[in-house]
Design a binder for this molecule. Structure first.
Ligand SMILES: NC(=O)c1ccc[n+]([C@@H]2O[C@H](COP(=O)([O-])OP(=O)(O)OC[C@H]3O[C@@H](n4cnc5c(N)ncnc54)[C@H](O)[C@@H]3O)[C@@H](O)[C@H]2O)c1
Length: 321
């Protein structure tokens, strides 16, 4: 039996795949261009290559998606859905395409789950469902989108839950928040991420126009993955049809991240953060429901530990500054 990780070549999905493989599971990564690990920078998956398969699928190509999922019929324990165009300043530049990927794409996968009788579906959602609500958002805080990305996440939760109710699929939602860490090169991310984490990779003199007066609930990717795996494993009476906040649970000022990186490296990399907020989001999420209900226990609640771990990974792949 296998667990299908959609978006498993991505940041969060690859660490979910890692944790499942480490626990002895068979994993199939469904992703655009998923043909193997060569040249993908996912060194942490290499020890498990014998239990890891790849399906190169565009989730908007329903014919290929159906063919490739049908190849696993009768052997699918669960689907973890982590394909998305993620939040950021560029989401609004291609709204139609991005909404297709996030929401139509998810429905395509859910429809295949219905047809093939897949029993469990974990939807990677986001704290973006809370829009601009201020910090301390619980799962009871009203879902009010404040941007298109957030709207796709609210739509997905609603659609997936109703698929679950209508077709007897055990659907669960993980509301993730501001992920950083191993597996992602800062240079590939938006300007705020580069200005905060970039020196760990050797970047310098990046100026983010805003974000200096904000703190967010930056979550180390290993904690994000741990939380999702706990959600996958939780008994149905706890988790079926439910949403769980999965984040660090601590809001760290962005300037503190810049300063801590400077301290860790022993040099100033010339990063500057302009005044104001970069993301119209509140932080931190309230993670009590995940801690108490799922046994979720984030390890990197001190940003310094998370940054040091990120730097160690960058060193290990020859990308450290
Ligand atoms: N990264 C964060 O800070 C964050 C925060 C909240 C929620 N999330 C959610 O977590 C999930 C994973 O995010 P991530 O940070 O790992 O993103 P990511 O961009 O690293 O990974 C997304 C993956 O989706 C794949 N993909 C995109 N379009 C596709 C298509 N048409 N067909 C098949 N695959 C396609 C990409 O190739 C990529 O591997 C997403 O649902 C995201 O919205 C992430």
């Amino acid at each position: 039996m296998a667990i299908l990780v959609f978006g498993g070549m991505g940041h969060v999905g690859s660490w979910i795949a890692h944790d499942l493989l480490e626990a002895g599971e068979e994993v199939v990564i469904f992703d655009l261009g998923a043909r193997g690990l060569a040249g993908r920078g996912l060194d942490y998956l290499e020890p498990y290559a014998d239990r890891l398969s790849f399906e190169d699928v565009d989730i908007l190509d329903t014919h290929t998606l159906f063919e490739r999922m049908r190849a696993w019929e009768g052997r699918i324990d669960a689907v973890i859905f982590g394909v998305a165009v993620i939040a950021g300043p560029t989401f609004r530049l291609r709204p139609f395409r991005n909404i297709q990927v996030n929401t139509v794409g998810m429905i395509n996968v859910l429809e295949m789950c219905r047809i093939l009788g897949v029993p469990k579906f974990v939807n990677l959602s986001s704290g973006a469902v809370y829009g601009t609500a201020s910090g301390g958002q619980t799962e009871e805080t009203p879902a009010v989108a404040s941007d298109l990305y957030g709207a796709t996440k609210i739509a997905n939760e609603t659609l997936a839950s109703q698929y679950g109710n209508t077709y007897d699929i055990d659907v669960r939602h993980a509301r993730l928040y501001f992920v950083y860490g191993p597996g992602k090169l800062p240079s590939t991310m938006h300007v705020l991420y580069q200005a905060m984490f970039g020196p760990l990779q050797g970047l310098s003199d990046v100026a983010a126009a805003s974000g200096g007066d904000q703190g967010l609930d930056w979550t180390h990717v290993r904690d994000t993955a741990q939380g999702v795996v706990h959600l996958l494993r939780a008994p149905a009476e706890v988790a079926r049809g439910e949403a769980f906040n999965i984040s660090c649970g601590v809001s760290t000022p962005h300037q503190t991240i810049v300063d801590t990186v400077t301290d860790l490296l022993g040099r100033d990399s010339g990063m500057t953060l302009g005044a104001g907020r970069f993301f119209e989001r509140g932080a931190p999420l309230d993670i009590a429901k995940s801690v108490q209900g799922l046994g979720f226990a984030p390890r990197f609640t001190d940003i310094r530990d998370g940054l040091a771990d990120y730097h160690d990974w960058l060193k290990s792949v020859g990308q450290a500054g």
